[in-house]
Write a protein that binds this ligand. Structure first.
Ligand code: SF4
Ligand code: SF4
Ligand code: FES
Length: 317
């Protein structure tokens, strides 16, 4: 059957604006978007630019936006998409600059990767060799599946707001190394990752995990890095302080004591900067009581949960 493809084209060196171009392609059951693009390029329009290499969902080079979401062109079949949407649109990955048509500049992606020193810095090997327990291998298993396609960075809300954010892909690589029992620079890595634009800047929109074509689950890697940072006492930053204040607040009163959390996260002096916001909240009757903040009725049950978690933690140690 004939399927109409609308492809977003742009040559920044010669054109002022991107534009849509339509192509009609004869599509068979099982045909992938990459095969359709190759057909267009071979039969209709050799000027259409896109990347591909392995054609087997291994190299990561064919990631693009297909019907609004990042996908690998070589592992996305046309007809299921077409039947679902009634059309086929193909665009470059978002959050990336276009070099030409569907080919984007991956330099910032690799620069972020470089920032996390993406290689093992092993500590001294034990006399009897390394023993890697099943659970240690399992902890970094999904991180090892990353094919560096950039789809997660393309949908990352934090990266869209702050191009200096380390991003989900580099965080996955960082966890691959911090989670490795042989790694000798864990604390140093965690200190670097806890600085501004690091893992605490993730807003947990979950898009990276939702759209990763290899089920790497980048948000899980970020959560593990944060937990490890707290475990290693790398806590002199707003993200860790906020998390610890939240845990403390729920344990103390069973809910968020926002005023106390602000003081604990920002410290006294910086909390003064929140006064204008506090006044606005007061005007709308939304300012929580600053001194008396009673615990919820079921606080004893909440504390029992905390005790159970602490007991389990001790047992593991
Ligand atoms: S984590 Fe997933 S989406 Fe991100 S670069 Fe790796 S494979 Fe691609
Ligand atoms: S969960 Fe965090 S890292 Fe993942 S896409 Fe959202 S903001 Fe980015
Ligand atoms: S061509 Fe290699 S992942 Fe698609």
């Amino acid at each position: 059957m004939k399927v109409r493809f609308r492809i977003r084209r742009f040559d920044p060196l010669h054109q002022a604006e991107p534009y849509w171009q339509a192509y009609s392609v004869e599509v068979k059951e099982g045909m992938t978007v990459l095969e359709a693009l190759l057909k267009i390029s071979e039969d209709d329009d050799p000027t259409l630019s896109f990347r591909r290499s392995c054609r087997s969902a291994i190299c990561g080079s064919c990631a693009m936006t297909i019907n609004g979401f990042p996908r690998l062109a070589c592992s996305t079949q046309v007809l299921p998409q077409y039947r679902k949407k009634g059309e086929m649109t193909v665009e470059p990955l978002s959050n990336h600059q276009v070099i030409k048509d569907l080919a984007v500049d991956m330099t910032p992606f690799w620069n972020r990767m470089e920032k996390v020193s993406p290689y093992l810095a092993p500590k001294e090997e034990p006399k009897d060799g390394w023993v890697i327990r099943k659970e240690d291998a399992a902890a970094i298993d999904s991180a090892q599946k990353c094919i560096m396609c950039g789809s997660c960075n393309a949908v990352c809300d934090s990266l869209e707001a702050d191009p200096n954010f380390i991003g989900p892909a580099a965080s996955v690589k960082a966890w691959r190394l911090v989670g490795d029992v042989r790694e000798g620079m864990k604390k140093k890595r965690l200190e670097r990752l806890s600085e501004g634009h690091g893992v605490w800047d993730c807003v947990r929109c979950v898009h990276c995990t939702e759209y990763c074509p290899k089920d790497v689950r980048p948000l899980e890697a970020i959560e593990r890095l944060r937990a490890k940072a707290i475990e290693k006492k790398v806590v002199d930053n707003h993200g860790a302080k906020h998390t610890l204040a939240l845990v403390d607040s729920v344990k103390r009163v069973g809910r968020l004591d926002e005023a106390a959390m602000t003081f604990k996260t920002l410290g006294f002096l910086r909390s003064l900067g929140m006064i204008p916001l506090g006044l606005k909240m007061e005007m709308h009757g939304k300012l929580p009581h600053l001194i008396i903040f009673p615990a919820i009725d079921g606080i004893k049950e909440v504390r029992k949960i905390y005790s159970a978690v602490e007991r389990r933690k001790k047992k593991k140690e």
